[in-house]
Design a protein around this ligand. Structure first.
Ligand SMILES: Nc1ncnc2c1ncn2[C@@H]1O[C@H](COP(=O)(O)OP(=O)(O)OP(=O)(O)O)[C@@H](O)[C@H]1O
Length: 455
């Protein structure tokens, strides 16, 4: 593995240092990262022959849940990734589960040097074989591989959207993607990038709604050493990371007015200044934003700046909620069924007509993400080879079209949402990852709701 490029992700700096020292003697290069949130960025910009990933990122937690969630995310981005999991607890059952979920192998901490190197070597060899026999792989500059995300967007409702994407992508026009949570906004943003002339440059995605007031500026625009207590080094912000490529600002509707003003200045001047510095740096980025909020209403109620809206919405793309595209339910569900039957090695082959009927009657508040998780659960738990209504958990919600006023509907939906979150928090003993998964929300979206409802 002399030429291999490796990545180690662990929140313990001592582990990172020791593992890097050891593997550096056997590999071409070894990147280390403390924050797993950086994984999507790293994977979108590098091709790693193997990734060593910690199972537990929260101190005093040994469930491995974080590791599983990140493993899944890695394989979503790069299905051929070879991931070796670190576990400190010698839990063989967990390691076996991890391998079933797609990990290449695992290493127990504290590790034995020879064994660790051999395990990583095995993962690298596996990757080389996959690449040799492989189907599409990222980093391939052929036209078809470049359009892999576009091709992964399923459903007839996506056709007109993809037509617009094809026309808009090669221009540098700013795009605003509107749609409820889980409707595919992130995928569409990536499809625009991969069809654009910037496709070989970075695609940087930032959930700006999840950034606290104090983090906002340094995360987006960077900081210099000593700018604030934790600023131990100079650091580029996400705009600089995206230079030459595309920056995707998700949940833009949640920015405070002060944040909106700072963002607008950067967009107007096309320059960023790191916190604590007075040197402005010119940036060249294509801007894509997304929100599930009604921005026109926010402008009318003075919560969103009109000048910022005009700057970001040169082209608007609205993604319909899943309940408005019943024809897409079957192809989407079949797509996820195939994916998870293969991933979990389960003999599930189809959906019963009765299940399809129930799926069409349900209103899918979590949209495609909820459908994806529902199918995943059903594939794992189903007794037969065809999924039946009993294999699915439909969350109990009233149809939003039941004759009540929009305000009452909002109240009712908010009440239901709060109760659903409370129940899921109790059921999963407060595990954010599990609750987010059950409810079909991103972790950030869940954090925001917990804050909103004071839970
Ligand atoms: N048309 C589609 N075809 C295949 N998969 C889809 C489609 N739309 C969404 N998905 C899948 O559903 C999940 C949610 O999609 P995505 O993250 O793009 O939604 P989002 O609108 O950005 O959500 P959020 O607002 O919560 O950030 C992802 O796993 C994505 O791959």
């Amino acid at each position: 593995m002399q030429d291999a490029k490796l990545l180690i992700v662990d929140d313990d700096p001592d582990v990172l240092l020791a593992a890097r020292l050891l593997l550096k003697r056997h590999a071409g290069s070894v990147d280390i990262e403390k924050n797993p949130e950086k994984l999507p960025f790293l994977l979108n910009n590098n091709r790693y022959d193997a990734i060593v990933l910690d199972m537990n990122f929260e101190r005093d937690v040994s469930s491995g849940r974080e590791g599983f969630a990140w493993l899944e995310r890695i394989l979503d981005i790069d299905p051929q990734a070879r991931v070796v999991l670190f576990t400190a607890y010698g839990d063989v059952e967990m390691a076996v589960r991890a391998m079933k979920a797609g990990a290449a192998d695992f290493v127990l901490k504290p590790w034995q040097n020879d064994k660790f190197v051999e395990t990583v070597r095995g993962a690298v060899v596996g990757r080389t074989r996959l690449d040799e026999t492989g189907t599409t792989k990222r980093g391939n500059s052929s036209q078809s591989a470049n359009h892999s995300i576009t091709l992964s967007l399923i459903g007839s409702a996506m056709r007109p959207i993809l037509d617009t994407v094809a026309r808009v992508a090669p221009t540098d026009a700013n795009v605003l993607i509107l749609g409820e949570n889980g409707t595919g906004k992130d995928l569409v943003a990536r499809a625009i990038h991969e069809q654009s002339n910037r496709r070989d440059k970075p695609f940087v995605s930032v959930d700006v709604g999840a950034l606290t007031e104090s983090l906002f500026e340094s995360e987006l625009f960077g900081h210099v050493k000593g700018a604030f207590t934790d600023a131990r080094d100079d650091r580029a912000g996400r705009f600089e990371e995206a230079n030459g490529g595309t920056i995707f600002l998700d949940e833009i509707g949640n920015l405070t007015l002060a944040q909106q003003a700072r963002l607008l200045t950067v967009l107007q001047q096309r320059q960023v200044t790191r916190v604590g510095s007075n040197k402005a740096r010119t940036i060249d980025v294509r801007l894509i934003c997304a929100t599930n909020a009604d921005l026109a209403e926010r402008v009318a109620t003075l919560r969103f700046r009109q000048d910022l809206l005009y700057r970001i919405n040169t082209i608007e793309l609205a993604l319909p909620p899943l309940r408005q595209r019943p024809d897409d339910l079957k192809p989407l569900a079949e797509h996820f069924l195939k994916k998870y039957a293969k991933q979990y090695n389960r003999p599930v082959t189809g959906l019963s007509p009765a299940l399809l009927t129930e799926m069409k009657q349900y209103n899918w508040p979590g949209n495609v993400r909820e459908l994806q998780h529902a199918v995943e659960r059903a594939v794992i738990l189903a007794a037969g080879t065809v999924l039946e209504p009993g294999d699915f958990v439909f969350r109990k919600t009233d149809s939003p079209t039941n004759g009540t006023s929009p305000v009452q509907q909002t109240m009712q939906l908010e009440d239901m949402e709060r109760v659903a979150i409370q129940q899921a928090m109790q059921k999963h003993k407060g595990s954010i990852t599990d609750v987010a998964r059950e409810l079909g929300l991103s972790r950030q979206a869940l954090y925001r709701r917990l804050e909103k409802y004071g839970l």
